[in-house]
Design a protein around this ligand. Structure first.
Ligand code: UGA
Length: 437
């Protein structure tokens, strides 16, 4: 068998594991994917994906013959040498990453294993060394994932870079992993295990820092009458800065940035180093969500009994992922101020409903906006851009909107009679009543 078509094993079929499994099958590999949750395995075996990710279900069905989903570790070990570990590493109450699932997987590998453990799960720098200390001789490669939810299939197939981290003695394992990715054409960076682990954490922390930075710039823009969109565009033209991740909004969410920023801060703290910058990045992100509440209060005064419609709940568009979504904090804050919260999300409503207490779930954006005293655009789903805002203004009790993602056209909304609050731009207040005679 040619090395680029070597069978691939995937342990943990969450979002990362499923995308990895399906995309390697698309590249022509036999894939054995193992998860401990039988219902998930059964659903995937029927060709039904357990997450919303554009293009994934079609690709799964197209490659169904090449992928086996199983709950049995022994089946995986029999059929694949290269094992991608994709189990989750959620934050603990202390803010450190919970590595218990990773440890369980390592314990499941037989002592004299010839298998190569390829760590895709995001782990604190030093994890690879500690696994190698416990399991001398187990070939180990750190291969962090850089996929974005919503564009994960495209990102997998067109990587900017693939990082392959291996220490002395594991050169053969590293070459086998690199060979899997060679057909994709991205840059393959060979490095040591600890550096690969740090590349992942540092990349996410840097991107989160860019977001908190532009959010603070936005807050200053509001005070001095500047527009953060213009400022970001001007900054982004400097190649050293770059234009991406400079969209101001109500803060970053998701399963990765909040967890990884906190994990890197804790990792540094555990070594006795206080990572001051990340402390601020986290604080700015928390405060940014709360500023929405003061923007509403500026127009409405007390929020007691006010009906507030949240447009979008997922942490970003094109996903049903609700982990660390800004909507969760916002809904709780609004309820804390006495508001009645109604919400709509085209895809995440089911998951959101399980997490949001006493929030009324509407079947459409219009249904959520009907009779509302204000709306907050939380997630920039494409369908919100095409709403008929004249119609919406007529339906709302008060046409007031806080555009938490600077997604809508303020001029069009003002023409439709809205009071408009964006992030980092001049607010548009209610039109003054026409003077008599
Ligand atoms: C992020 C990274 O972008 C991926 O490279 C990485 O692989 C992944 O985490 C991970 O560690 O698994 P993801 O969490 O899918 O990917 O989401 P992003 O598209 O990066 O967005 C994260 C959050 O930042 C969202 O809440 C988004 O709304 C917010 N954001 C993003 C902004 O507020 N402003 C921006 O300019 C960009």
């Amino acid at each position: 068998m040619s090395p680029e078509r070597e069978p691939v094993g995937v342990i943990g079929v969450g979002w990362v594991g499923l995308v990895t499994a399906v995309c390697f099958a698309e590249l022509g590999h036999e894939v054995v994917a193992r998860d401990i949750v039988p219902e998930k395995v059964e659903s995937l075996a029927r060709g039904e994906t357990t997450i919303h990710e554009p293009g994934l279900e079609e690709m799964l069905r197209r490659n169904a013959e090449r992928i086996t989903f199983t709950t049995e570790m022994s089946e995986l070990l029999d059929r694949a040498r290269l094992l991608f570990v994709c189990v989750d590493t959620p934050p603990t109450y202390s803010g450190d990453a919970d590595l218990s699932r990773v440890r369980t997987v390592v314990q499941e590998l037989p002592e004299d294993s010839e298998h190569v453990l390829i760590m895709k799960s995001t782990v604190p720098a030093g994890t690879g060394h500690s696994i190698r200390r416990d399991r001398a001789g187990l070939p180990y490669v750190s291969c962090p994932e850089f996929l974005k939810e919503g564009t994960a299939v495209k990102d997998f197939m067109n990587p900017d870079r693939v990082v392959v981290g291996a220490d002395a003695g594991d050169e053969g394992a590293a070459a086998a992993v690199a060979a899997l990715y060679e057909p994709l054409g991205g840059e393959i960076l060979h490095t040591d295990v600890a550096s690969a682990e740090m590349i992942k954490l540092a990349s996410n922390a840097f991107l989160a820092t860019k977001i908190s930075f532009i959010n603070e710039i936005a807050n200053v823009c509001e005070e001095v009458g500047a527009d953060v969109g213009e400022v970001a565009a001007g900054m982004g033209l400097d190649a050293r800065i770059g234009s991406s991740f400079l969209r101001a909004g109500i803060g970053y969410g998701g399963s990765c940035f909040p967890k990884d920023v906190s994990a890197l801060k804790m990792l540094a703290g555990n070594t006795g180093y206080h990572f001051q910058l990340l402390t601020a990045v986290i604080e700015v992100n928390e405060l940014q969500k709360r500023r929405v509440v003061s923007k509403l209060q500026k127009h409405l005064g007390s929020l007691i009994g006010k009906r507030i419609a949240l447009l979008g709940l997922a942490f970003k568009p094109d996903t049903d992922d609700m982990r660390e979504a800004s909507s969760l904090v916002l809904a709780a804050r609004l309820q804390g101020e006495g508001a009645e919260v109604v919400a709509y999300d085209p895809v995440a409503a089911g998951r959101a409903g399980e997490m949001l207490d006493s929030v009324e779930m509407a079947a459409s954006a219009l249904a959520a906006l009907d009779g509302a005293d204000a709306a907050v655009l939380v997630t920039e789903w494409g369908e919100f851009a095409t709403l008929d805002w004249n119609d919406v203004a007529a339906r709302m009790a008060r046409p007031l909107i806080v555009d938490g993602r600077n997604f809508l056209d303020p001029k069009a909304l003002a023409e439709a009679g809205f009071e408009y609050e964006g992030i980092g731009k001049t607010a548009i207040d209610a039109p003054a009543p026409a003077a008599n005679g």
